[in-house]
Design a binder for this molecule. Structure first.
Ligand SMILES: Cc1cc2nc3c(=O)[nH]c(=O)nc-3n(C[C@H](O)[C@H](O)[C@H](O)COP(=O)(O)OP(=O)(O)OC[C@H]3O[C@@H](n4cnc5c(N)ncnc54)[C@H](O)[C@@H]3O)c2cc1C
Length: 389
């Protein structure tokens, strides 16, 4: 591990001994694939049949990875993080919405979050998942270029309006807005909407940020084309660079369809793509603001080194780092300690609604080689450091 990230005193400065032990226990459990599988099935079963498991989930995995049930619950966490120079991004859980009423409710929730954060320096971005504002089937159809029926067309117009309302509100309140990336079969429609919003709202400052998943083979070309397109002249682009969260699912879909997988063939290829994207955005920093949204120390170091080389100030507003709450605190807190712009994604919502998110975190920490080991080693180092003082 690079020395910069090994300062565990800074990394865990907000964690009590109890919280540190809980984190150790959690990462120990989620490091075991069979245990994660069993716990996932048991939890889903218990929630479905209203067995009283919510308090157990709430005081363990939920409190480690989430800010609270309401946005107000998150305020003490936001304040604590900000004292350490770490910003927060409130992410209201919105998975599994299926009808127009739910999409409208979700829109209103997103607008109310922008109101909630508009005067809070400590929460500089809002975020939304596109398919919380419209049906996934519609996004799939739009992405594949199929003709919509009249009623589908009406539904799509409502999706566009919802996108516009969120981005317009962000624009007027001067809050930056992140659009999450999703699965390949819905992403083309998301990208089209995102660029439509950037053309409207990113004229002098970047307000709308689209997400680029560098585990996709075609994404470097996508970024290059964005900048080459004459229709995008004058845009201040906002890009969130990620590797991508749906690798296994995408591979399975491609296999079932008998098509070539859209995902890079190896981790090395994905890493190489991510590096290329970092280099590209720095070459075009007059037109692009970006977020290195990653728990990968090499990627973060690459950005830091380029900033040093190019004499870009650590807190230059065009460069941000983002990690998820409850993960890679050694990266976030050491970056923030050195004045780099750094935020944590702070999910909030009911335990039931956040279960898919929590299960993804568990599966990611199990399937991503090394992440759990890294977290555990850091916690052990900190426990040892605390014992020695
Ligand atoms: C702030 C933040 C916002 C995010 N927003 C989104 C989002 O909007 N949409 C989204 O999809 N994800 C999002 N993610 C998740 C992200 O895409 C990654 O899944 C996660 O961060 C792990 O990647 P990494 O760069 O942190 O680290 P690493 O641990 O270095 O990389 C793991 C990633 O590498 C890729 N990978 C692993 N093995 C292979 C392989 N054999 N072949 C090819 N590629 C491989 C996968 O993408 C895997 O997730 C976000 C993450 C963060 C921190």
């Amino acid at each position: 591990m690079n020395n910069f990230f090994s300062n565990t005193k800074e990394a865990f400065s907000l964690k009590s001994n109890f919280e540190l032990n809980r984190a150790y226990f959690l990462f120990k459990i989620i490091g075991n694939q069979s245990v994660v599988k069993l716990m996932t099935s048991l939890t889903n079963f218990s929630l479905k049949f209203n067995l009283p498991v919510t308090p157990i989930i709430k005081s363990t995995v939920f409190d480690h990875f989430c800010g609270g049930i309401t946005q107000e619950d998150c305020v003490p966490v936001i304040d604590k993080l900000y004292k350490k120079n770490v910003y927060s991004v409130l992410d209201f859980s919105t998975e599994g919405f299926v009808n127009e009423i739910e999409f409208d409710n979700c829109l209103n929730k997103k607008l109310s979050i922008i109101d909630f954060i508009k005067n809070r320096n400590e929460v500089p971005f809002a975020v939304f998942k596109p398919t919380c504002l419209g049906s996934t089937d519609l996004f799939v159809k739009m992405s594949s270029g199929l003709k919509l029926s009249n009623s589908e067309n009406d539904s799509w117009c409502r999706v566009v309006k919802r996108f516009e309302k969120v981005c317009e509100k962000a624009f007027f309140e001067n809050v930056k807005i992140l659009i999450d990336a999703e699965e390949v079969d819905v992403q083309k429609a998301i990208d089209d909407l995102a660029i439509m919003m950037m053309r409207k709202f990113n004229k002098s400052v970047p307000i709308v940020f689209n997400t680029v998943q560098l585990y996709r083979k075609d994404r470097m070309q996508y970024i290059r084309d964005l900048l080459k397109n004459d229709k995008n002249k004058g845009i201040q682009f906002g890009l969130k660079l990620v590797r991508g969260a749906y690798m296994e699912k995408e591979r399975k879909i491609a296999k079932n369809k008998g098509i070539d997988s859209p995902i890079c063939n190896s981790k090395i290829e994905t890493d190489d793509n991510f590096n290329k994207a970092i280099d590209f955005v720095f070459e075009n920093l007059n037109k692009i603001s970006f977020i290195c949204a990653s728990h990968n120390e090499d990627s973060v170091l690459r950005v830091m080194n380029i900033m040093k080389e190019k004499k870009i100030k650590n807190n230059d507003p065009r460069v941000w780092f983002g990690q998820l709450f409850g993960m890679s605190d050694n990266i976030s807190f050491n970056l923030a300690h050195n004045k780099f712009n750094t935020f944590k994604i702070l999910p909030f919502g009911s335990v039931k609604n956040l279960m898919p998110y929590l299960i993804r975190r568990a599966q990611e920490n199990t399937s991503v080689q090394g992440q759990t080991g890294r977290e555990l080693q850091l916690i052990l180092n900190e426990k040892k450091r605390r014992r020695s003082i």
